[in-house]
Every structure is written in structure tokens, then in C-alpha cells.
Design a protein around this ligand. Structure first.
Ligand code: GLN
Length: 476
């Protein structure tokens, strides 16, 4: 029996290489986990089991012929339904794209496919990334495998839930304001928001183009480095992408790295009102552990944090209102029979978008409109510059900043139904990072009963190796 719920990529690599399991057996074990969990959890919108098994048997043959087993080769995984996959339905969690079958592949999918990873299916998400709980999907809510009465976080909640119950050994999510870190925190996993541009966004269905990042959700830091080694780097199809030397895994396993000690900044603003005292305690214990390991803990201030949520949403919703203009029922997506164009576009968009997406399009159109843009959009961009300065100054004092990932434990499903603003405030600690472009990861800091609490490590641009290294020191 393969216990895919706890199995890591690293362990699976060894088992495949030593012929202890076949790739077909591994893939089948993940499929079995999906089949037995899905009625309760609902992590997947689409599954691709036939394709997966076909590829797995091809890989078994290659291994028998001496193919090297490294990285994601032969590893089953899932992909957030925000990435286009040629010939495989891609919905972005929405009704408007319910039957959309793309004609090309997203860069991240292509890279993984070429490296031998095995796609099990596309995971559920808040429609167009709009949310922190995966309750805003056209395909129903995803439940948290640690406690099915609660949300898994979002918007990559299907990805988090799938990894947590063993529906693949990792998942690729998308993080615009916390969408990989929130599910990681709520499902007891590692979630990566890389430096803006480090992983190509080509073929990702945009939420807010200047925030969107592509990254993995895994069980361990080591696994996250394995996936990053495959997916990071420059892509000619994404002009905002940047170079990367892709030796994340090697770096964290070097002796020098293991003995490296850091100056860790702890910002007062992330431990004030609104934080659950139990969550706070878990994070404070984690900080103590770092102190015992010999790291220097330094109290810092990030005073502009109080404007971050407002600036994040003004810019993010402005961008999403613009990005979603292309969904007009004419070129692709939902279509309805009407006499004229105006009626068609009205009906398609009224029926095709969730209430949350419509709320966001309305706000974003308003904040961008002539007469209001100065007051909202342009002002938010100024706040964004202040946030960048603030982090830059902080990183002159410390190497890495440590905060809770989420201020609360996962809410019970439906808890925020009458109060969308409360949901927006839930990711105050994660969404202040994306406007700045810097990387952040979430890793399990401890637990409260069955529930997990995540801590967030934040670093300067392209400091992923150091973040993984510091995270790894905690995990080992
Ligand atoms: N919860 C945040 C939002 O709704 C972040 C979502 C995301 O990262 N896609 O905007």
C-alpha cells in the first residue's frame, strides 16, 4: 500500500528509482485517493485519469530502459484550473468558461509535462481567483480535508485540499494576494508565492496581471524546491519573466546553508488586533524555536501595512475589471441566443460571473473611471510605492521577515456569506506582499487540534533560496 497522503516527491523519487513501486501503481494510488475523497471534498473540477495512466505506463517503460528518476519525473500532480491546457477543459472556476477547451498550453504545464510530471486533473478555485476560501466557485465549495466543516483557504483551495488528501503529490496554484499561502496555511502544507516574474505567467488566466504569480503547493520545503527547479526561469512568451539558476534543491542541502543563521524581522503590525490568540501563540513558539536555533530575532515596524489591503484591492480590482473585459460571449466561453450584441454581452456576463466577480468588476470599473481614478487607482499606486520602500528599508535591517500567514484558523463554510469585507480582511497578511513583487512562502508552524497554523517567511526580490533554507531549518 502506498500512503499517498503522506508520501513526498522526494520519497516517491527514491521508490521509483529503486523499483519499489511502478509509476502506474503510484498514479493509481493517487487516483484511488481522489475517487474515495472527492464526494466529500470536491477538490477537482476535471480529472484526466486516462491520460495520466497512459503517461505513467510510458514512464515505467522508460525507467526500465534506464531513464534517470529525478525531479518531478513520474510524479502525479494537479493543476489549478486557472492554467490553460490544450484539449483539456479550463474553467477558472467560472460558469462563463464552463465548457472552454483551450487551444494551447500554459508555460508551467508544458514545463512540467516535458519534465515527466503526470497530470491528474484541474483543481477547483474561487472563480477567477476572487476569494480566500474556494466558496466562490461555480463548481461548489471545496472542503478542508483536516476538518470538512471548514474551508481549505483560497483561491487555490482545490489544490491545497488535493495535496492534503493525496490527490497528487503536489499542485500548481496561482497566488495574486495569498492564494497559495492561504490554502497552505489552512491545509498544513507549504505554499510558494515566488518573486514576480520568476515563473512564467504565459497561459494563466489573469486575475490582476501585476500581482499574479505561479507557484507550487507541496507537503515539504524540499518538495517545493524540487518543483521550483523545474518551473522557474525566463520564458520568451512572458515579457515580465526573469532568469533563474534553478538550483533551489541543491542550495538547501548544502552544509553551508544548513549552518547559515539569519536576522529575522518580526513586524509588530502583524500581531495586533484581529489575530486569533491561539494562532498568535503558535507563531510566537515558532519564533522561539528559531531563536533557540541561533537566529537573531529583531522587532521591526511596517507602518504602511494598515493601508495595504485597501491599496491591494483598488489596484487588483481595477486590473481584474480590465482583464475580464475579453469575456463577452463572442470569442469564446458562454454563449446565449439574443437579437443584438448588447443584450448578448449583458446576459452572458450577468449569468456567467459569480456575485463576487461582479462585485469586483463594478468596483474596479469605478476606481479606474475618469474622475475617480486620481482618487482611487492613482492614489493606490502611490501607496504601492510606499509599501515597496517600506520593505526595502526593512531588508536593510533584517534578512527575512516572519509573520503569521493567516490571522485566523480556517473559517467554517458559510461563515462569511453575509460579510464579503470580512473575507477581504482575512488575507491582510498575505496580500500586502504581491503589490511589492517580493517572494513569500507559507509553511506549517504548528497545530491546534486537527487544524494547522502557517507561518509566512518574506524576503527581498529573488531571495527564494534563503526563504526555503530558513523554512527547511524549521522543518528539520
Ligand atoms: N484573497 C485574495 C483576493 O481575493 C487573493 C486571491 C488570490 O491570490 N488569487 O484577492
Amino acid at each position: 500500500m502506498i500512503d499517498v497522503k503522506t508520501l513526498t516527491i522526494q520519497e516517491a523519487n527514491q521508490m521509483l528509482a529503486n523499483n519499489e513501486i511502478t509509476c502506474v501503481e503510484l498514479t493509481q494510488a493517487c487516483i484511488d485517493a481522489i475517487e474515495s475523497n472527492e464526494s466529500e471534498i470536491n477538490a477537482f473540477v476535471t480529472t484526466t485519469f486516462d491520460l495520466a495512466l497512459e503517461k505513467a505506463s510510458k514512464i515505467d517503460q522508460e525507467i526500465a530502459e534506464g531513464h534517470e528518476v529525478t525531479g518531478v519525473y513520474g510524479i502525479p500532480y494537479s493543476l489549478k484550473d486557472a492554467y490553460v491546457t490544450k484539449g483539456i477543459k479550463t474553467t477558472a472556476g467560472s460558469k462563463i468558461l464552463e465548457n472552454y477547451v483551450p487551444a494551447y498550453d500554459a508555460a508551467v504545464y508544458k514545463k512540467l509535462d516535458e519534465a515527466g510530471a503526470i497530470l491528474l486533473g484541474k483543481t477547483n478555485m474561487d472563480s477567477f481567483g476572487h476569494g480566500s476560501s474556494t466558496e466562490n466557485s461555480h463548481f461548489g465549495v471545496t472542503c478542508n480535508p483536516l476538518d470538512t466543516s471548514r474551508v481549505p483557504g483560497g483561491s487555490s483551495g482545490g489544490s491545497g485540499a488535493a495535496v492534503a488528501y493525496g490527490g497528487g503529490l503536489f499542485s500548481i496554484g496561482e497566488d495574486t494576494g495569498g492564494s497559495n499561502r492561504a490554502p497552505a496555511s489552512f491545509c498544513g502544507l507549504v505554499g510558494v508565492k515566488p518573486t514576480y516574474g520568476l515563473v512564467s505567467r504565459y497561459g494563466s488566466i489573469a486575475y490582476a496581471s501585476s500581482y499574479d504569480t505561479v507557484g507550487p503547493i507541496t507537503k515539504t520545503i524540499q518538495d517545493a524546491t524540487i518543483v521550483m527547479d523545474v518551473i522557474a526561469g525566463k520564458d520568451d512568451y512572458d515579457a515580465t519573466s526573469i532568469e533563474s539558476d534553478n538550483d533551489y534543491e541543491k542550495f538547501i542541502n548544502k552544509e553551508d546553508s544548513k549552518s547559515k543563521r539569519y536576522k529575522i524581522g518580526v513586524p509588530e503590525e502583524f500581531f495586533q488586533e484581529g489575530i486569533d490568540p491561539e494562532v498568535k501563540k503558535v507563531i510566537e513558539d515558532a519564533i522561539e524555536k528559531y531563536r533557540e536555533l541561533g537566529h537573531e530575532i529583531i522587532d521591526i515596524n511596517l507602518p504602511y501595512t494598515k493601508y495595504a489591503v485597501a491599496a491591494y484591492y483598488v489596484i487588483g480590482l481595477s486590473e481584474t475589471s480590465s482583464n475580464l473585459n475579453r469575456l463577452d460571449g463572442i470569442r469564446y466561453g458562454l454563449d446565449v441566443e439574443t437579437d443584438n450584441w448588447e443584450e448578448k454581452i449583458t446576459q452572458v456576463r450577468t449569468e456567467g460571473f459569480t456575485p463576487e466577480t461582479k462585485r469586483r468588476i463594478l468596483i474596479g470599473t469605478y476606481t479606474l473611471s475618469a474622475g475617480f481614478a486620481d482618487q482611487y487607482y492613482n492614489k493606490a499606486q502611490k501607496v504601492r510605492e510606499l509599501l515597496k520602500d517600506q520593505f526595502q528599508n526593512a531588508f536593510e535591517q533584517v534578512d527575512i521577515i516572519l509573520t503569521p500567514t493567516m490571522p485566523v484558523l480556517p473559517p467554517v463554510i458559510g461563515e462569511h456569506d453575509d460579510d464579503p469585507l470580512k473575507m477581504w480582511l482575512m488575507d491582510a497578511y498575505t496580500c500586502s506582499i504581491n503589490p511589492v513583487g517580493i517572494p513569500a512562502i507559507s509553511l506549517p508552524a504548528g497545530s491546534i487540534g486537527d487544524l494547522s497554523v502557517g507561518m509566512q517567511l518574506i524576503g527581498p526580490m529573488e531571495s527564494e533560496k534563503e526563504l526555503f533554507n530558513l523554512g527547511m531549518q524549521f522543518q528539520s
